[in-house]
Every structure is written in C-alpha cells, then in structure tokens.
Ligand binder design. Structure first.
Ligand SMILES: Cc1cc2nc3c(=O)[nH]c(=O)nc-3n(C[C@H](O)[C@H](O)[C@H](O)COP(=O)(O)OP(=O)(O)OC[C@H]3O[C@@H](n4cnc5c(N)ncnc54)[C@H](O)[C@@H]3O)c2cc1C
Length: 430
C-alpha cells in the first residue's frame, strides 16, 4: 500500500507470484541450477533460508571482527573440471582459484613428514624417504588413476547417470574403462595395502582416499580411491573466500533475469493433484511454479515440506531409507598471530594446503574412524589443518593482522558424553 504522506517508494514483492522454476536452497547446487536455467530463458526464483546465499560456500566473520573463515567447503576438489567455469564467463566477477603446489602433508611425532604435491615426481621424492618401492609404485598407479578421473569419473559427474549395466558395458570397451572395473570391486583398504608397503605411506594414502566419507573396508567403491587421491593432489582454493564463488553465481542468475530471495525459509511445497505447484515461505508469500527443485535432503524435502501423506508408497519407502553420512566434521576455527609452524624434516610442509597430524600408523587411523562410527572420539584422535589466510590474506581485515586457520576431524553427530562436555575437552587437546 502506498504511504498516504510520502506516496509509493517502490513496488513490493507480491504476496503471490508465478515462476517457471522455484529452487529451494541457495548453496552451490541451487545457485548453479539457477544460473543455467535463467540463462536458458526461464523465470527462476532461488529461495534461501539464511540472510546470506552460499550454503556450504559461506565465508563468515565467526571469531572476531575482521577475521573471516570459510565455514564448510574450502578444498574445491573438482572445480577445475566443472563445466560451469566454461559455460559462464566467471572471470568478469574477478573469480580466481589457486592450486597450491604442496597439497597435503602428514607430520609424525618423530618429526618425519610426507607430502602429496601437484607434481607426481615431487610426491615420489617425498615417498622415497620411506620406501623407494612405494615411490615407484605411486608414479605408476597415478598415471593410470589420473586417466580414470579425467576420462571417466570427472566427466560422469556432469552428465545424467547411466544404469550400472550400461556403465559396465561402456567400461569394457576401453583399456582405461577396464582398469576402472578392476578397481571397483576392491575396498580402499585393500587397494592401499596391496599397492604400498610402508605403514606411514599407507596412512597418508588411506586418509586422502577416505576422508570424504568412503568406508575403508567397503567393496564396490574402489574407483573413488583413484578419484580422491588424484583430487587430493589438485585441490583449489577460491581466492577471497568460498563465498566469492557463490556471489558470482548469484550475479549470473540476476543478470539473466532471475531472482534470489534470501532470509526466506520455505515452509511448504504446495501440492495440487499429486504434483508440485509452488512453495510457501515463512513470511507468508506464495511462489507458484510447476517446477520446484529442492537442494535439501530427501527427508526434509519430502516429509517436512511435501508431507508424507502426499507421497506414493514406493517414494515414501525410498525416503525413509535415506540416511545421513556415517560421520560429520568437527571444526575448530583459530585466529593467531603467526601461521602454524610444523616441527618436521621438510620445511615445505609449512606451505601445504592441508596438513594431517595425530596419526602415527594406519591402525591408529582406522581405530579413530571406528570410534567415530561408534559415536566416540578417543584421546588418540587426529585430523587435518589449513591456515586459510596463508593462501588468502583477504580473510584478515584487522589492524592487528594475524592469521585464520582451522583444525578439522571426523566426528559423530551425537558424541558419547554429549558435545557440551566432550567439545571443550577436544578443543583443549587440539
Ligand atoms: C564442515 C564441512 C566441510 C566441508 N568441506 C568441503 C570441502 O572442503 N570441499 C568440498 O567440496 N565440499 C565440502 N563440504 C561439502 C559441501 O559443503 C557440500 O557438498 C555443498 O555445500 C552441497 O551444496 P548444496 O547446494 O547441495 O547444499 P548446501 O550448500 O547445504 O545448501 C543448501 C542451502 O539450503 C538452505 N536451506 C535449508 N533449508 C531451507 C529452507 N527450508 N528454505 C530455504 N532454504 C533452505 C541452506 O541455508 C543452504 O544455504 C563440506 C561440508 C561440511 C559440512
């Protein structure tokens, strides 16, 4: 309503509006879908619950004024393979990724260390401190595993999924496909122990292969060892903070005529005759659309927003069977005067994007993961750390200078004894 004294200042966003597509969630998946669909000419609305878009790409001032931290996704594993970088001119948003040469290191209590670098040859040099045989094997297997990633797994991430039978038939046609099929049947633990003899080399390789959630003893997922080891040597950092990527994608949506509603929580997916017909948001507005895309987990989407009474029995059963990953992350963000310094035999470790510590052997690593799955974090835990401001000085805007880092480890959602008690103990130990 126009104000009777000052008249109409601007058109209010209507209580009811019509769209070609409504996307729930302004994280990377919602923003990328929104960017493509609005570029294709559709009228798109992205609806985000938080005051800031980005989801897992959030970069926030959580510790002290002037010290920014990346809350979730720091290691952009597949960004250099993502079509979105080619399909949109993201350079015009001054978007830049850096790929540190020293990618992931592990330090041991006796000061020895081991490094995964972008270059296979440098990694071989580091491995040869422990085992010449493992260094040679690493060079040999990575040559094949890299091709599995660049020729098969990487591109497969960006096309509609094939049925397992079609994948198997396609794989049997090429040499690299057959190499992948050979890996598939084995567990990560088998692949690492069969290929490498030195326990410390195995510890690093297993950590890098399984840190994103693979079960080390599960068979049928062996090809992901190739993917995660290759990506452990190719992680990128988004200069300016991960949020900058979200900001660039959001601007692409808006430039192409789309709309982003932030601080707008979807409370209901409206159903008509068994089909989605739009969404309701907490402030009371309705966005009508024949297409509703949700980037939320299946139980939130179908049970909380659609309502189980609106689901066919087979879909309901599928959603009931969906489970969260077996572990989550515990992250401790730290502001310090100096970047962390690791007392070890290789000064290059201090330049590493990720430094793993706390694990002296593969058995200790496996015991930590078993504990986590059982809802515990024992005293022999380990994890990885990154000094973000070492790579990105933009994160510190304080006259006192200094650095921001984080330590991250696998952790259960619910911990034995409760997070209120165990959390401060872990913080102290770290
Ligand atoms: C601690 C941690 C560390 C991680 N580190 C990495 C990493 O280093 N590298 C990497 O590649 N990946 C990492 N990930 C994973 C990565 O963050 C996710 O894969 C990615 O964010 C998933 O994107 P998404 O768009 O599907 O979901 P999200 O990023 O979760 O976005 C979903 C969005 O939906 C919004 N939302 C929720 N409910 C509603 C609602 N009712 N209405 C409207 N909006 C709603 C949320 O606020 C959120 O913004 C990490 C994840 C965590 C938790």
């Amino acid at each position: 309503m126009p104000d009777p004294l000052i008249g109409k200042i601007f058109d209010e966003f209507p209580d009811e509006s019509d769209w070609d597509v409504v996307i729930i969630g302004g994280g990377p998946n919602g923003l990328i879908a929104g960017a493509y669909l609005s570029k294709a000419g559709l009228k798109v609305a992205v609806v985000e619950r938080r005051y800031e878009i980005g989801g897992g790409l959030a970069t926030e001032e959580i510790m002290f004024p002037g010290y920014y931290s990346n809350m979730h996704a720091v290691y952009h594993l597949l960004v250099d393979l993502m079509p979105v970088l080619r399909d949109f001119d993201l350079n015009r948003h001054a978007l830049m990724w850096t790929k540190p040469n020293a990618q992931a290191g592990i330090v041991f209590e006796d000061g020895k260390s081991l490094l995964l670098t972008r270059m296979v040859e440098d990694t071989k040099d580091s491995i040869s401190k422990f085992s010449f045989k493992d260094a040679v094997t690493f060079g040999k297997v990575m040559r094949g595993w890299r091709r599995i990633v660049t020729d098969i797994i990487g591109p497969a991430t960006f096309v509609p999924p094939l049925s397992p039978l079609d994948i198997s038939i396609a794989m049997q046609r090429t040499k690299v496909g057959n190499e992948m099929l050979e890996l598939v049947e084995r567990s990560p633990l088998d692949i690492i122990t069969e290929n490498f003899e030195n326990d410390r080399v195995r510890t690093l390789m297993l950590y890098a292969s399984c840190m994103w959630g693979l079960d080390p003893r599960e068979t049928g997922i062996g090809m992901f060892v190739a993917l995660y080891l290759d990506r452990a040597m190719n992680k990128c950092y988004c200069d300016g903070g991960s949020h900058k990527f979200a900001g660039a994608l959001a601007r692409e949506i808006v430039v192409n005529g789309g709309t982003i509603l932030d601080a707008a929580e979807v409370t209901k997916i409206i159903m008509q005759n068994g089909r989605a017909a739009g969404v309701e948001i907490a402030e009371g507005r309705t966005l009508r659309s024949k297409v509703v895309m949700s980037t939320l987990d299946p139980q939130t989407t179908f049970f909380d927003l659609v309502g189980p009474e609106n689901l066919p029995a087979d879909l309901k059963e599928l959603v009931e069977g969906w489970k969260l990953d077996k572990w989550s992350y515990y992250t401790l963000h730290v502001a310090s005067k100096e970047p962390p310094h690791y007392a070890c035999d290789d000064p290059w470790i201090n330049d590493a994007f990720m430094v793993i510590f706390g694990f002296e052997s593969m058995d200790q690593l496996l015991a930590h993961w078993d504990n986590v799955v059982a809802g515990k974090v024992g005293d022999n835990f380990g994890g990885h750390a990154t000094c973000e401001s070492y790579f990105d000085p933009h994160l510190v805007h304080s006259p006192w200078g200094g650095h921001v880092s984080f330590f991250q480890m696998h952790a259960p959602y619910e911990i034995e004894g409760g997070w209120d008690k165990r959390g401060p103990e872990l913080e102290e130990a770290i």
